[in-house]
Design a protein around this ligand. Structure first.
Ligand code: GTP
Ligand code: MG
Length: 194
């Protein structure tokens, strides 16, 4: 199915006050490419602010997306993990925020966990996957910045990430636009009834 974006706009930060629609959320450490991936999916250069400085996004930002002949949805840009360092054993601000967001959120259909294709997943990535499993939302791993690797090392890294995280990652690039159709296909599977 071909996905055509009719319109996309910033909708706010507090979903309790927004009209209800299916949500697809993007989680990952700062600088992994969450905002860039959302822009690439929507064919928009800078609807979502991106930055070379990590930790720019601290709120949960909702983007309302109208598709041609398909249901509308929110793409949800979560803050990067590790924007506030905490002593070991304590819950980070991210965990608090994410736990609150995930809890009783029936509209969350899919959590995309982004991992830089060149880095092994850390505690936070595995925690995000666990959070999704515990709330019943489906999750998916996107291996970002695939354009930074040659074809053969990319395949090797995808295998390694699959081994470490227990799920098959989809390689994506906001630069080359590789993987966009695959991601949309996964999104549609969760939001289109039947
Ligand atoms: N080469 C390459 N660079 C990318 C890609 N995606 C993002 N970047 C770059 O990585 C940096 C961070 O991208 P963002 O999209 O702002 O990352 P983020 O995950 O939203 O970061 P925070 O908002 O800080 O949590 C920017 O300099 C982007 O241009 C990609 O697919 N390929
Ligand atoms: Mg961002």
């Amino acid at each position: 199915m071909i996905v055509k974006v009719r319109d996309a706009r910033y909708a706010g930060t507090i979903y309790e006050s927004l009209p209800r629609m299916p949500q697809v959320a993007f989680a990952g450490r700062s600088n992994v490419g969450k905002s860039s991936l959302i822009n690439a999916l929507l064919n928009r250069k800078s609807l979502v602010k991106t930055s070379k400085q990590p930790g720019k996004t601290r709120n949960i930002n909702f983007f309302e997306v109208d598709l041609v002949d398909l249901p509308s949805l929110y793409l949800v840009d979560l803050p990067g993990y590790g924007y506030a360092r905490v002593p070991q054993g304590m819950k980070s601000a991210w965990e608090e925020l994410a736990a609150r967001y995930f809890r009783n959120n029936e509209d969350l259909r899919l959590l995309m966990v982004l991992m830089d294709i060149r880095r092994d997943p850390g505690r936070e990535e595995l925690m995000a996957l666990d959070l999704a499993r515990s709330t019943g939302a489906r999750s998916l791993i996107a291996a970002t910045k695939a354009d930074k690797l040659t074809f053969s090392s990319r395949a090797r890294r995808v295998k390694e990430l699959a081994r470490l995280s227990g799920a098959e990652p989809i390689p994506v690039s906001a630069v080359s636009r590789e993987g966009m159709d695959a991601i949309w296909e996964c999104i549609l599977r969760e939001i289109v009834p039947g």
